[in-house]
Design a binder for this molecule. Structure first.
Ligand SMILES: O=C(O)c1cc(C(=O)O)oc(=O)c1
Length: 312
């Protein structure tokens, strides 16, 4: 087999993340993270736009325990295309502590979908970020959305803020819960009260089925400071955007580490300090509990969330 060569300039995940100062609420969920390979066992997709380092399920579960999370939601990374084997293997090894979001093509059989459901899959990801994927026709995505809606799954969408106007009609016609990755990548150099972010807030306000991950400050920040060397006030330029979303839509927000942080160009954050970013955007224990426990449990482990809410 050919040796696997990482994309030039690739940054590997932080080798020794700190212990967060924030004590996470019991049952906290890291609701956006990935596994990469290992490439020798689960080859990367031929159509991929980058070749990452390996980031295995064991390494992900070790990070979960180190940071104090109880569960993970593993999202199919684009470097694996529509081959979800590494993700499904991770779900099956998680002892019920991980659920997943896959990428699929229209030819998939009902039986394959059902096997994914049994492994813990609860969503599909539609990606519109051009540097990551080739274009998929909207009619194919609509067909997939209609099929997975019947399983009670949701659609995760990844796009950049400038593309929201063009994608609006497609997104607002989706028949499921819709979860936006990384707040739709706002340009945080623009004002939080400006028209671009106002459109995103309107998207959430007018559509009660739209949720947002308030994740990836390390990707969105233009001025830092970086979550390194004990910095407790990292990525200050992202805070007003994420806090606005958390405060206006406290029951429709999720948070995740985004480990192992694909395609970061200038630094790799300390994941412990990323956790310490959370109180800046969700300042009260109640907001933190919704963001980290109640909301992800309702979406990914609804049977447990319902049982916990039922009168004894
Ligand atoms: O911005 C990115 O580069 C990125 C890539 C991927 C992926 O390749 O799946 O996932 C993410 O959540 C973010």
């Amino acid at each position: 087999m050919e040796p696997i060569v990482k994309t030039p300039g690739w940054l590997d995940w932080h080798p020794a993340p700190s212990k967060p100062r924030l004590q996470l609420p019991p049952g906290a969920v890291d609701a956006h993270c990935h596994v990469f390979g290992p490439g020798a066992q689960f080859p990367f997709a031929p159509e991929r736009k980058y070749t990452p380092c390996d980031a295995s399920k064991a390494q992900l579960f070790a990070l979960r325990d180190h940071l104090g999370f109880a569960r993970n939601v593993i999202v199919q990374a684009t470097c694996h295309g529509a081959d979800n084997s590494a993700l499904l293997d991770a779900l099956q090894s998680s002892g019920g502590k991980a659920r997943g979001v896959v990428t699929i093509k229209r030819g998939i059989s009902d039986e394959a979908l059902w096997r994914m459901h049994e492994a813990g899959v609860r969503g599909v990801r539609f990606n519109f970020v051009k540097r990551l994927v080739d274009f998929t026709p909207k009619d194919e995505l609509q067909e997939i959305a209609a099929r997975i809606a019947r399983l009670g799954w949701h659609v995760v969408i990844y796009f950049e803020a400038a593309d929201l106007p063009e994608l609006w009609d497609f997104f607002t016609a989706l028949p499921t819960t819709v979860v936006v990755d990384h707040m739709g990548r706002p340009d945080v150099g623009k004002p939080v009260d400006g028209p671009e972010f106002a459109l995103f807030l309107k998207f959430m306000r007018e559509h009660g089925n739209v949720w947002s991950k308030v994740s990836c400050p390390e990707r969105l920040s233009l001025t830092g400071p970086r979550a390194l060397d004990g910095e407790q006030n990292a990525y200050r330029d992202v805070v007003p955007f994420a806090r606005r979303v958390v405060e206006e839509f406290p029951d429709r927000v999720l948070w995740g580490t985004d480990w192992p942080h694909p395609n970061l160009k200038d630094h790799m954050p300390d994941d412990g300090l990323l956790v310490d970013f959370i109180p800046h955007i969700a300042p009260t224990p109640e907001l933190q509990r919704k963001l980290l426990v109640d909301n992800p449990m309702r979406l990914y482990w609804p049977e447990e969330a319902a049982a916990a809410a039922a009168p004894q």
